[in-house]
Design a protein around this ligand. Structure first.
Ligand SMILES: Nc1ncnc2c1ncn2[C@@H]1O[C@H](COP(=O)(O)OP(=O)(O)OP(=O)(O)O)[C@@H](O)[C@H]1O
Length: 285
């Protein structure tokens, strides 16, 4: 079954065509990279898939697990319920800085509990236990009581992933989650995303600037250029040569300067035990 199905999606902002007749299917359990130079439409596509934007009127549709999220530029009646299945992580601004990390993770419950309970911040001990388990799953159980503003960028992204686990999202859309991180934090966040995909079966779509991360962590890559899908296939086929053909001089934006050209990754193998925190036990599996 497809987790996400997009048909004929176009979107213009004034005269700028941000998405141009995009059609993609993403199967349940896939881990897909969305790459493209700046302004190619990655964020716009993700914002449509989570229902934050509607496409142009016409014959476009977006379905989530076979149910209509939007059609012809209008959100469906069931969109609100479908959105509960979708966790979203942005490059920044994922957490409320003055609240504890645990409170931020507990926010993932809000779609499921009575509004009054959420407003008063009244969470059951079971909900708190699950939130702590989610923090353990992403490898940062020790920061539960810290103010979110005191976390490093990578820890903040991992806390945001923990919140989507508490939300019980079965689709995770991550919009440039590693763009402002140093390489080791970026790898750690990508490992956590790959872990929740592999161990929890969560369908992940991750927009990335660097193709190396796509090749290392995502079996499939969808590449956008000027709002159009210009590549959709195995990440291993997206060689530097192909990137140059697709993007010309803009391809430099997508290749890490120190990258070894066209190394072949092995993302099919689970991470070796040494590369993983013992905290990443599949508590939610
Ligand atoms: N709300 C908006 N109003 C006007 N133009 C917009 C809006 N959102 C996006 N755009 C334009 O649509 C195009 C696609 O933008 P989008 O943010 O989706 O690209 P992107 O691939 O995510 O880029 P980046 O990698 O720089 O984040 C860009 O030209 C952008 O300026």
């Amino acid at each position: 079954m497809n987790a996400i199905s997009v048909r004929n999606l176009s979107k213009a902002f004034g005269k700028k065509r941000a998405l141009d007749n995009v059609s993609i299917d993403i199967a349940k359990g896939e881990m897909v990279a969305l790459i493209g130079a700046s302004g190619s439409g990655k964020s716009t596509l993700l914002r449509h898939i989570c229902g934050l934007e509607t496409g142009q009127s016409g014959s476009s549709t977006i379905e989530i697990f076979g149910a209509g999220l939007q059609a012809n530029g209008r959100l469906s009646n069931g969109a609100r319920d479908l959105r509960r299945n979708i966790g979203v992580i942005f490059q920044q601004f994922n957490l409320v800085g003055r609240l504890s990390v645990l409170s931020n993770v507990l926010v993932g419950n809000l779609g499921r509990i009575p509004v009054w309970r959420g407003t008063l911040g009244l969470f059951s001990s079971e909900e708190k236990r699950l939130a702590r388990e989610a923090l353990a799953k992403v490898g940062i159980p020790e920061v539960a009581w810290q103010r979110a503003s005191t976390l490093s960028g990578g820890q903040q992204q991992r806390a945001a992933i923990a919140r989507t686990l508490v939300q019980r999202a079965n689709i995770l859309l991550a919009d440039e989650p590693i763009a402002s991180l140093d390489p080791s934090s970026a790898r750690r966040v990508m490992e956590v995303l790959a872990g929740v995909n592999r161990e929890n079966g969560i369908t992940c779509v991750v927009s990335l600037h660097q193709v190396e991360y796509a090749r290392r962590y995502c079996p499939r890559t969808i590449a956008l250029k000027d709002g159009r899908v210009v590549f959709d296939g195995p990440s291993t086929m997206l060689t530097h040569k192909t990137l140059v053909e697709l993007y010309g001089s803009n391809s430099e934006e997508l290749i890490l300067p120190e990258a070894v050209p066209d190394f072949v990754p092995d993302y099919t193998q689970p991470e070796p035990a040494t590369a993983k925190s013992p905290d990443l036990a599949p508590a939610f599996a």
